[in-house]
Design a binder for this molecule. Sequence first.
Ligand SMILES: Cc1cc2nc3c(=O)[nH]c(=O)nc-3n(C[C@H](O)[C@H](O)[C@H](O)COP(=O)(O)OP(=O)(O)OC[C@H]3O[C@@H](n4cnc5c(N)ncnc54)[C@H](O)[C@@H]3O)c2cc1C
Length: 468
Amino acid sequence: MKLIWFRNDLRVRDNKALYNANQSSDGVPIVAVAVLTPVQWLMQDEANSRVQFWLANLRELSQDLASLNIPLKILRASSNNEVPDQLLALANRLNADSLYFNHEYAEYEQRRDDAVQMLFQQHQLRVEGFHSDTIIKPGTVRNKQGQPFKVFTPFSKAWRVRFTDEWPEPLPMPAPQPPCNVQSDPVPDSLVYDAPVQSIWHDHLWPAGSEEAHQRLAIFAETKAADYKLKRDYPALAATSVLSPYLTVGAISSRQCLAGLSANSGDPEWLDNHWTSELIWREFYRHLLVDFPEMNRLLPFKPDVESRLTWSSDDQLFDAWCRGETGFTLVDAGMKQLLATGWMHNRLRMVTASFLTKLLRQDWRKGARFFMQHLIDGDFASNLGGWQWSASVGADATPYFRIFSPMRQAERFDAQGEYVARWIPELASLKGVQRFDPMLGATVGRPLPIIDYAHARSQSLDDYNLAS
Ligand SMILES: Cc1cc2nc3c(=O)[nH]c(=O)nc-3n(C[C@H](O)[C@H](O)[C@H](O)COP(=O)(O)OP(=O)(O)OC[C@H]3O[C@@H](n4cnc5c(N)ncnc54)[C@H](O)[C@@H]3O)c2cc1C
C-alpha cells in the first residue's frame, strides 16, 4: 500500500502528491488519510468556521476519492505531537511502504512533517513531499544576487518570468485504481471542540467542494475578471472571486485559478490581469515564510521600526474594535461582516487593520489573532503578511505615514453607504452620506466615535516617524 496524507489540499485534480502516488503505483493500492487535530487547531487559532468548512470539504473529497476507488482513513490526534506515531501505526496496520503529501510552508507544519519523515525513515518507510500549494516552489525565486526578494513588484516580475518559462499546467485527475479491500472511515458531520469563539460556517454562503470552487472560478473569469481592477475595491459590489476559503483548504489550487482565468476570461493578457497579481501576493507571502523563518514566530519583518513603537494596552479600545462598536461606521461594518459571515472584503481588512494598529495603536498580533479566530479563509501566511503590511512593519509594507481615514475610505469606496447599511441595519433609515455622520448615527443607536481621529492620526505619525 501507499498512503497519501491530505491536509489543506482537499482536491483530486491538480494534486501533485496524489498524481505522483498514482503514476508510480505499479498496481500498489493507494489509501488516503486525514488527521483531525482539535488541540492543534486551538493552538493555531483556527476559526471554528474554517474547521467545519475544512471537514465539509473533506467529506466531498471522500466521495471524489471513492470514485477513484481510493479509501479514506480518518485519524484523531489531539496535537501535531501525536501525528507521527498515529501515521506510523496506520502504515503498519495497512502494511504501507510509503507516505505521500504536499508541502505546507508554515513552521508549525514543517516541524510536524520533519518529525513524520524522521520516524518513517527510522522504520525504513519512504516519504515523498511535493510542492502543490504554490505555483512556483518557495525558496526558488531569486534576484540577480541570488537573494530572496523583499519587495513585491520585483518578486512578481521574476515570478512571471519563471511562470512563462515553466508554464505549469494543472495536473489531471488520476485514473481510478482497481477496488481495494480497505474500508473507508466516515468523515464526521461536524466536530464539537473547545473553540473559544464559535464562528459559524454558513453552508449556504460557502457550499463545500471542488466543484463549487470551479463553478465560482468560471463565473468570475467569464463575468468579472475584465472589470476586476476597476471594481475590486468597492465592498458593496460582488466584484471579487470570493475563492479564498476554497484556496485555503485546497479545494482549488492557484494553478487551476490561473488556468481558469486563461481559458474563460477571453483576455489574451490574462497573465497581466490584476487578479493574477493577487494570486502572486498569495505566493509572495508563502515564499517569505520560507526565506525569512523568523516571521513564523510573529516577529516583524522590520524589527527596527516596531522596536521603537509603543502599543497601547487599552483593552476597551480593542474590545470596541472586535465588536464593531468604534463609532467609525466603515470600520464597524467591516467587523460586523466578519462576525456575521467569517469573511471580510479585502478593502475592509486593510481599513480595519490600519485603524486598529495606526489609530487605536494596538499590537498587530492581537488583530491578526482575532482575524484567525473568525476567518473562514484564515491562512497563516496571508494573514500575517496582511497585518504586518497594515502596521507598516512588514515586507513591502504600506509606508508608515499612510493611515487610512475611515471617512475618506467611505467617500471613495462606499459613497452611498450601501455596504455599511447592509451590515449595520439600524443605518438603513438614514440616507447616503448621512450614514457616516456620527451625530445622526447616534440618533439610531450607534456609538459615538471612541477616539478623536485627528489627534490619534497626528500622534501616530509622530511615533512612527521617530521609529522609522
Ligand atoms: C489584514 C489582512 C488579513 C488578511 N488575511 C487573510 C487570510 O487569513 N486569508 C486569506 O486568504 N487572505 C487574507 N488576506 C488577503 C485578502 O484580503 C483575501 O485573500 C481576499 O479578500 C479574499 O477575497 P477573494 O477570494 O474574493 O479575493 P480575490 O480578490 O478574488 O483574489 C483572488 C485570491 O488571491 C489571493 N489574494 C488576494 N489578495 C491577497 C492578498 N492581499 N494577500 C494574499 N493573498 C491574496 C487570495 O487567495 C484570493 O482568494 C488578508 C488581507 C489583509 C489586509
